[in-house]
Design a binder for this molecule. Structure first.
Ligand code: FAD
Length: 490
């Protein structure tokens, strides 16, 4: 019997939803190979995106490959030479190592500009953009994917060989794939405001930790000429649910934080405060399926420690392109063929993400916040006198270094030794301050322990859930460490 395969007319080979750094970088590489691409983007470029605007060296290397660092406007983007970390009133300032290639020195670039540059580069390479248009649904068939797109003048359909979800942390493509919204346990809420007329220096990024918003953080990233991007990232479930309250919280926290308030000085907010969730990878997150892949934030590729995602968006766009180019050549868009991309992601990022997730899980229990603040102080004390140690800390938070560096044996040893010094110094200075001080210290410690025990008693279920989560993520990290050790032995 002769079987006749229907011949479908495709509107493009690859349909990409979302024209942020992930979607546009993927489009650039596919178009470069002559693959026909349509990018559907909900807004018209140039469009803003709520972000801290910090662009790490890893991201800059990717931007260089796209030709962005050759642009005249890029040379005017604000350079960062120092990072200052604050824990309550303690401050550590770290000079960032200067790379040989000055184009790769960390920068703060408003997304209104940055994303527009990447969009233009992809367009120049031949990618077609459908702007002001939104994906509402899609269905995957044996030979094609059919997407319903809502435009101002009504709904249209696009038929493609495959679909890529590059539609950010509230991804419609991912929601339809998984059948559920992202788990709150894997989300942070980010808030951002632009200020003008702030205090210098213009080349120093500040990161602030305080009891009130721990394990979240605040940032002050200068955008040049007395302007700055100021914001916070917080665990979503510990926040008030109402958006207005969350914004009030940012303003209140800014006022409460002496160091941040000092940096802002007489500066005034320009525009509105915007908020956006950061969704990071859960271990069960599926990133490929038949004729489908997820990249960037849609795949949960956010570092939960630093909130950094631009570099992962660009990297995952390039990695996905390598697999998709092969799929197009072989006309094979099966889950098996697309798994090469998933494996690449796993090889490059899973360990780092698991460590970050573990640290966030350990610290998200507010019962223990005073303890974690003490741990941060210990770490920062060491950083003040050890430049290498300090640059590891700064690198983890500014997204230049993978967070597994925090599990490096020498780093851990130095931290433990510093813990001893910290306790020793406190004890000695405590003794010198006399019995009254000791009485107070004992009272403080007693109160902390009492509070912790009371909290555990009041909410045993929550505490067990927290411990189970840690155990699960801890096992994941151990798995990665064992794998790494085996690879080194070979
Ligand atoms: C407050 C905050 C601060 C941050 N600070 C930093 C930082 O300083 N440095 C850093 O590296 N990262 C930071 N991040 C993370 C970073 O913003 C993201 O990781 C990055 O934007 C991911 O790029 P993306 O292309 O995957 O997604 P996005 O940049 O979110 O792009 C997704 C695109 O998809 C479009 N879209 C969405 N839904 C649809 C639809 N249904 N149809 C069509 N189009 C759609 C959107 O309009 C958008 O243009 C921050 C995030 C937040 C929230």
């Amino acid at each position: 019997m002769i079987s006749i395969r229907p011949v479908y007319k495709y509107d493009c080979d690859v349909l990409i939803i979302g024209g942020g750094p992930a979607g546009s970088s993927l489009a650039y590489y596919l178009a470069k190979e002559g693959i026909s691409v349509i990018i559907v983007e909900a807004y018209k470029f140039p469009r803003d995106k709520t972000c801290g605007d910090a662009v790490s060296r890893v991201a800059l290397t990717e931007l260089q490959a796209l030709g962005i660092t050759d642009l005249k406007e890029f040379s005017e983007a604000n350079i960062v030479n120092d990072v200052a970390l604050f824990v309550e009133d303690e401050k550590v300032s770290v000079g960032l190592a200067k790379p040989e290639n000055h184009l790769l020195q960390g920068r703060v670039i408003p997304r209104l500009q940055l994303d527009n540059w990447i969009y233009k580069a992809a367009k120049k390479m031949g990618a077609a953009y459908l702007e002001d248009a939104r994906l509402s649904s899609y269905t995957v068939h044996k030979e094609y994917v059919l997407a319903e797109i809502k435009e101002r003048n009504g709904a249209n359909h696009i038929r493609a060989k495959m679909i890529v979800g590059a539609d950010g942390s509230n991804s419609t493509v991912a929601r339809i794939l998984h059948g559920i919204k992202p788990d709150e346990a894997y989300q942070l809420l980010g808030l951002r405001a632009y200020f003008e007329g702030v205090n210098g220096p213009d080349d120093r990024c500040d990161i602030f930790f305080s009891k009130e918003n721990f394990p979240g953080l605040f940032w002050f990233f200068p955008t040049g000429k007395g302007t700055a991007n100021v914001g916070s990232a917080m665990i979503a479930s510990t926040l008030p649910q109402n958006e207005t309250h969350v914004k009030e919280l940012l303003l209140q926290q800014i006022q409460k934080n002496k160091n941040l308030a000092q940096r802002i000085g007489d500066g005034k907010i320009r525009g509105k405060i915007s908020g956006w969730p950061l969704t990071f990878q859960s271990p069960t997150h599926q990133v490929v399926n038949e004729r489908l892949a997820l990249i960037g934030d849609a795949a949960g590729l956010i570092n939960p420690l630093s909130g950094d995602g631009i570099q992962y968006a660009l990297l995952s766009g390039r990695w996905a392109s390598e697999t998709i180019i092969e799929c197009c050549r072989k006309n094979n868009f099966s889950i098996a063929a697309l798994t090469a991309y998933k494996k690449k992601l796993h090889k490059e990022m899973a360990y780092d993400m698991a460590v970050s997730n573990l640290l966030i899980k350990v610290t998200r229990n507010r019962t223990f916040t005073p303890l974690w603040m003490e741990v941060l102080l210990i770490v920062f004390e060491r950083a003040k006198s050890d430049a290498e140690y300090a640059s590891i800390i700064a690198g983890i938070f500014d997204g230049t270094l993978p967070s597994y560096k925090a599990l490096n044996p020498s780093f851990i040893l130095k931290s433990i030794l510093q813990g001893g010094v910290h306790i020793g110094v406190n004890t000695t200075s405590g003794i010198l301050q006399g019995p009254k001080h000791w009485e107070q210290k004992t009272k403080d410690t007693g109160l902390l322990l009492k509070n912790i025990i009371q909290n555990i008693k009041q909410n045993p279920r929550e505490q067990v859930k927290w411990l189970t989560g840690i155990a699960r993520t801890g096992l994941e990290v151990s798995g990665h460490i064992l794998k790494e050790m085996k690879t080194r032995e070979r």
